[in-house]
Design a protein around this ligand. Sequence first.
Ligand code: NAD
Ligand code: MG
Length: 363
Amino acid sequence: MNERIKIDLGARSYDIHVGPGMLAEAGTLIAPFARGPLPVVTDANVAFLHLDRFLGVLEHAGLEPKPITVDAGESTKSFFWLEKLIGELIATGVDRGGLVVAFGGGVIGDLTGFAAGILKRGISFAQVPTTLLSQVDSSVGGKTGINIPEGKNLVGVFHQPKVVIADTDVLGTLPRRELLAGYAEVLKIGAVRDADYFAWLEQNATRALHGEHDAIVHTVAHACRMKAHIVERDEQERGERALLNLGHTFGHALETATGFSDRLLHGEGVAIGTVLAFRLSVKLGLCSPQDAARVEAHVKTIGLPAAISDIAGERPSPDVLLAAMAHDKKVKDGKLNFVLARGIGQGFVTDAVPVDAVRDVVS
Ligand code: NAD
Ligand code: MG
């Protein structure tokens, strides 16, 4: 049942291991890359739920794990926590030939990967993602970084991990809302690039999200495989990798309008954004209404928000949303940069979307 996905980036290639109970194999999978003290960076929630067992597995393999626990939450992706973490990494005695392990969600992966990427001009790291979002998205592809007051993820480096270990059983303790938010990135990949996968998800995602082994393993492994294909061809996002931003121009504007608050998780914004991107594609005569309806129906079936009106509280105004898009990094030469679709699985990037059509879709 376990799956191994190879991501082929020449000297920076690595394997992604996906399966139930995969944590038990972590010692064996990490050992080839580890030397000396092995910092294991996690957040307080993951530490409470899973750290003891993980440390036990690593010790059993003869490794020397040194746990470092940081606060949980997006605000930990900051210069303050980066500096603090770097101090703690140095205190473990890890040197340039060593390895740092990120054990947690995307926040831990992004912060730890960045710290490893710049400490002593770069130390290797391994990703052990524990949220659905981090298993299918943030742990694959080597983007790392932190947020600054000027914006999210504005400071960081590309730093590929040596290995990724995704234990699907660990998802069992994830709050339902976080699980669904991570799933938005899964359906996005199908919607933008893989019609067969999307059709499979329509049939099987409910089982996957209830933790049925065969379904959740295929869901995670295939999403990783698709992202790996895209990253292999465009590691530094100069072209094709931008397809992964389907739903993100709208999603990011909605996150901005709701103040990056508990009202809307990133994945929830992506879910609404994906529905809106298909609706915009229909409006521009690019995509059939049937395909857009399928995307919307699937988002609803899963229990994700599908419309702006599904967001709690006051509805963000079209003006506020358009202003947010204009400030987004997806704006190039004053034109709105969008991922649109000619149908399910047929996404493409364009930088010439008329603002009026966008306004219609968010009104
Ligand atoms: P997160 O790391 O904050 O995790 C979400 C919550 O779940 C946290 O409270 C965490 O403590 C908790 N948690 C983690 N694992 C758990 C488990 N197994 N059981 C119970 N609780 C658990 O958030 P996330 O959604 O994993 O990641 C979001 C971050 O990822 C954002 O900062 C985003 O910018 C980043 N991201 C990066 C990339 C990339 O390519 N590097 C891609 C997408 C997203
Ligand atoms: Mg995203």
